[in-house]
Ligand binder design. Structure first.
Ligand code: OGA
Ligand code: MN
Length: 303
């Protein structure tokens, strides 16, 4: 049976039924699924049963896996998952709830800020696939903000002003927003800022969208205060309720989102009391966003 695309909203989120992602997909299903993904940007697949290997095998239909070089740099945790999967749980290497003051917790709390995955890497993420193994009874939803709609709603003067602008993204910037600044010299190098275009064109649909995140800390060619004010203004615009959908997780949901054109964030839950075990496979984009937009790639300063 062909898969079923069940729209949750007209243009942003759809649920996909009648497909088993644990097995290689027939070509027509994969084509239908990709067409839906480019149209909507967020797809929810309920009731999937995936091993880590099957999860990654499905992700590979969309490109190369995002490299996890940073994992070693920002965490000394023994991995609970394979190298090409990101552990988005609140569990430590003994599979128990993390400590309140653990570094892992402090760093991962940054996921509660609006962001797009790996924009702090020179080549950012194309899409992410987050799989729910265990979910808390309350809280811990994930929100998504449609950056195509956010771009369309910008005043024409602002659209023109942003044309050709480049922001500097770094984990140091987003974690500084949470009050975290404890980086070793070696880590500072590993998470040095990278340039990303502030407007993008979606290759499959030709739609323009905003591309910013709490990882963005400066705008190239602007003084620090002015650039930061612009980024904050855009984040506030981009995360208005009319652009946002909230996903309330059920165990064994796989949710995939297009990092090129949407922001996301995790909502709070009682992470010192309830387990939340999520694993993410992340597909790398094909090039830096300045390169994709045909912009010169600027040199950026250390954060
Ligand atoms: C992620 C992420 C938010 C959440 O996995 O990239 O930001 O709700 N997750 O877990
Ligand atoms: Mn994320």
């Amino acid at each position: 049976m062909a898969l079923t695309v069940w729209p949750v909203t007209d243009e942003f989120v759809a649920e996909i039924y009648d497909v088993d992602l644990s097995r290689p997909l027939p070509e027509e299903d994969l084509a239908a699924l990709k067409a839906a993904f480019w149209k909507y940007a967020v797809l929810v697949f309920p009731d999937q049963n995936l091993t880590q290997e099957q999860h990654v095998a499905f992700a590979r239909n969309f490109g190369e896996m995002d490299k996890t070089v940073l994992k070693a740099a920002v965490s000394d945790k023994i991995l609970r998952v394979r190298e090409d999967i990101a552990d988005v749980s609140n569990l430590d290497d003994k599979n128990e709830l993390w400590d309140e003051n653990s570094r892992l917790r402090q760093l991962q709390l940054g996921n509660r800020l609006w962001h797009t995955d790996s924009s702090f890497k020179y080549v950012p993420a194309l899409c992410s696939m987050l799989y729910a193994l265990e979910i808390p009874p309350v809280g811990g939803q994930t929100e998504f903000a449609d950056q195509r709609a956010a771009y369309d709603a910008l005043a024409p003067e602002m659209q023109r002003r942003l044309e050709g602008l480049v922001a500097e993204h770094s984990l140091i910037h987003s974690r500084a927003r949470m009050g975290y600044a404890e980086w070793s010299e070696e880590e500072r190098k590993a998470v040095a800022p990278v340039p990303q275009a502030m407007l993008r064109t979606h290759p499959e649909t030709g739609r323009r969208n905003l591309y910013i995140a709490s990882h963005a800390g400066r705008v190239v060619g602007m003084d620090d205060a002015e650039g930061r004010a612009l980024i904050d203004e855009l984040l506030a615009h981009a995360s208005q309720r009319q652009f946002v959908q909230t996903h309330r997780w059920r165990q064994h949901d796989l949710v995939i989102w297009d990092n090129r054109c949407c922001l996301h964030r995790g909502l709070p839950f009682d992470d010192l009391r309830f387990r939340r075990d999520m694993q993410r496979a992340t597909v790398r984009d094909v090039a830096n966003t300045c390169e994709q937009e045909g912009l010169p790639v600027p040199q950026v300063r250390a954060a």
